[in-house]
Design a protein around this ligand. Structure first.
Ligand code: GCV
Length: 707
């Protein structure tokens, strides 16, 4: 029998603790998840009385009423009604004050606000039990209101609410891979939330709830369409649709951006070329930008995927990425920003795919215009369950760079089970590049983008727990120093329960959940082992796709003797793209962190690991731990039934049961394939593989979503 992992043991203890905890006092009714973390669950009678003066509609305002301030007041009103269930207090004690109006109310200024970035706010306790929310701008007041609501929502009380908070990054952005026909590329939560067909006349109320959710965690920019863009979305009818969204979201502090297809001047402009150095092309983009700004004065700019996976780009005309980006940047001028993606790799280039973006872009440092941002995925491959950080971070000190993370779980189980991604993003943000700071420090002057996981499903994200990833993305973009635990605790208290024992049990389940997925899909630094096209399920055997670097076998390089991609000096030498101090940490398989072992090294199956096991036995053990952890999580959740409303409890139980099945499938199919190469036996005590390899290979999923 497998021994329980630390996580499994912790979960077992928590199950026992939850079982012993008191049953909730209030009856739990079915909830569908639509309200996300903004459901404002009722406070206890005592807490409601205490919170009443600080929530509700009687807030004192020092400053002009504006659409954004009105939203802040409405949010406080709504939160007050739902959390306290009481009429507004006859003695309200909350003051919302623009910093320039504090004096008129006789309140002291807050020096921390001087020079603070837009959206910053302070919350202070002032005379006679009052709470004062101050900001330089209206958006700061809205963010401050959400912060107060969050604090009460999480803790049940206003005590300890004092805070000063400033966003760490100016751009906190969602990238939607939503197509105009409603299909979402890599979307697992139904159809697109954007109803392009009925816009601009008809506005789905979801567009308001979406903006509320974003603003509540500080997200301030949205790219509404897929980076695999359609040219026609730049036509006037789409600009009118976009304007409706921009007008709706403006009071929430959200700027709209569009993905632009580089060949648009040809596709819809009637020009024979899209060459960025062609004067007519530049003029076309300039006119297009003018047209957009005439409708949307605060339009954010264009996101561009160029010369990547078949998308058009400047290289089609022998020009560089900088030529392409700068031409678009000139069209926008000081009005907006071009966000240019660094996700490029070529079929005809047989260099290690993970090295191509660095090779392409690092020499272009200094060549990009001021209003160009290079958007770099967290790792050099493609949003795998685990990758080392992208070597471009820190390698382009003269270029504005931002981080691109994926909230939708393309490679982490899609919308089944649980995979809380804050630990993944924290791992990248905290990585020391050895070239001027951590990834967080390098991107902080610019920002972070997350590929959205929203869809038309009633709960927005397919599974209830995927909403935690949306929430965590926003919170980390606001403050990358927050810990994964803190964020999970906040989200859980607001989404499920404030009661300590069940809340902690849920937090523990969340914290290890991404690692569990790593263990049963891509242990010890393996990557890109998933099914072709839909990227669902295991397919390490695939080796016949037209492009070598689309094949799992390209990445694992397994044969009878060993497994892993040699990226040291004896192999592709991708290590050389990192700062020497970083490369040195990973260069020696004996000392490299096992989490990146097979990413950087090709090793014999018999390689002795630090644990004393052979590499093969270690792989089996890790897959098995992953399986065991999915089982422990399902059991842990079952024990929470008394504390969670039945509708959401049942939905999550189903998700976790699916994940348990998928974990076994990944384990069995992968081990079966590795074993077919080397014929080594499973270590003693490991469960036999129930089916033949051919049976796993024969599974097909033409209906899998998100392709
Ligand atoms: C939008 C991966 C995904 C593609 C995605 C691409 C990208 O390859 O599978 O669906 O395309 O990344 O980030 O551009």
């Amino acid at each position: 029998m497998m021994r329980g992992t630390g996580l499994v043991n912790r979960l077992a203890m928590l199950i026992a603790a939850v079982g012993a905890a008191m049953f909730p006092l209030a009856p739990l009714h079915a909830e569908d998840g639509y309200d996300l973390w903004l459901r404002h669950a009722p406070l206890s009678a005592v807490d409601a009385q205490a919170a009443r003066p600080y929530l509700g509609r009687g807030v004192q305002l020092l400053g002009e009423m504006s659409p954004t301030v009105k939203l802040a007041l409405d949010e406080l009103g709504q939160a007050g009604e739902r959390m306290t269930g009481l009429e507004p207090s006859p003695h309200p004690a909350l003051v919302l004050a623009r910093a320039d109006r504090l004096e008129s109310g006789g309140y002291p200024s807050d020096p921390r606000l001087a020079g603070a970035p837009p959206g910053s706010y302070s919350i202070r306790a002032v005379r006679s039990g009052r709470i004062l929310i101050t900001a330089h701008d209206d958006l700061g007041l809205l963010y401050g209101a959400f912060a107060l609501i969050r604090h009460i929502g999480v803790t049940g009380t206003v005590a300890g609410v004092e805070a000063f908070s400033a966003p760490a990054m100016p751009l906190r952005m969602l990238n939607h891979w939503d197509n105009p026909d409603g299909h979402v590329e890599r979307g697992y939560a139904g159809r697109s939330i954007f109803d392009w067909w009925h816009l601009p006349e008809k506005l789905d109320p979801r567009m308001i709830d979406y903006a509320r959710a974003n603003a509540s965690v500080g997200i301030n920019a949205v790219v509404v369409n897929n980076v695999n863009a359609r040219g026609f979305m730049l036509e006037p009818r789409y600009i009118a649709k976009l304007k409706r969204l921009a007008d709706t979201w403006r009071p929430y502090g959200i700027r709209v951006f569009m993905s632009a297809r580089f060949s648009a001047p040809r596709d819809i402009g009637g020009l024979p070329t899209a060459d960025p150095l062609d004067a007519a092309v530049a003029a076309w983009w300039r006119a297009k930008a003018d047209e957009i700004y005439a409708s949307i004065p605060d339009f954010g700019g264009f996101l561009v995927k160029a010369n990547s996976e078949g998308q058009p780009g400047p290289q089609d005309y022998g020009r560089s990425h900088a030529d392409g980006a700068n031409m678009l940047a000139a069209a926008l001028g000081t009005r907006g920003t071009v966000i240019w993606r660094a996700f490029v790799y070529k079929a005809e280039d047989d260099t290690d795919r993970t090295m191509q973006a660095y090779a392409e872009f690092a020499p272009l440092d200094r060549q990009f215009a001021d209003n160009v941002i290079l958007q770099i995925k967290n790792g050099p491959l493609d949003f795998q369950p685990r990758e080392p950080f992208h070597p471009l971070f820190g390698a382009m000190p003269k270029t504005k760079v931002m981080l691109e993370a994926q909230i939708t779980r393309e490679y982490l189980g899609q919308a089944t089970g649980m995979a809380y991604l804050a630990p993944l993003w924290k791992e990248v943000l905290a990585a020391d590049t050895g070239r001027g700071g951590t990834v967080a420090q390098i991107v902080a002057p610019v920002g972070m983008a997350g590929v959205a996981n929203t869809g038309s499903d009633r709960n927005w994200t397919g599974t209830h727990f995927d909403a935690a990833n949306w929430y965590a993305f926003g919170r980390l973009a606001w403050n990358p120093a927050l810990t994964s635990d803190q964020i999970a605790r906040e989200w859980t208290a607001q989404t499920f329960t404030r009661a300590a024992a069940p809340r902690e049990a849920i937090v523990q389940m969340m914290l290890g959940s991404r690692e569990t997925v790593v263990k049963y899909t891509s242990p010890l630094g393996l990557a890109h082992l998933m099914g072709t096209g839909h990227h669902y399920g295991p397919a390490p055997w695939v080796c016949d796709l037209e492009r070598p670097d689309w094949n799992p076998c390209y990445y694992h390089r397994a044969d009878a003797q060993g497994i892993g991609f040699d990226r040291t000096t004896t192999g592709s030498n991708a290590l050389a793209q990192y700062a020497p101090a970083v490369a040195n940490q990973w260069a020696d398989p004996a000392t490299a962190n096992p989490r990146y072992l097979l990413w950087f090294h090709h090793l014999p199956w018999t390689h002795r690991m630090a644990s004393g096991r052979t590499l093969w036995d270690e792989l089996v053990t890790t897959y098995d731990q992953g399986v065991l952890e999915t089982e422990a999580r399902a059991q842990g959740w079952a024990a929470l039934a008394p504390h969670i409303d039945p509708e959401r409890h049942a939905a999550v139980a189903t998700d976790l049961a699916i994940q348990r099945t998928e974990a076994r499938w990944w384990r069995n199919a992968s081990l079966s394939f590795w074993q077919s190469l080397h014929s080594l036996p499973l270590p003693a005590g490991a469960a036999p593989i129930p089916e033949r390899l051919e049976a796993y290979q024969a599974r097909t999923f033409p209906e899998a979503p998100g392709q």
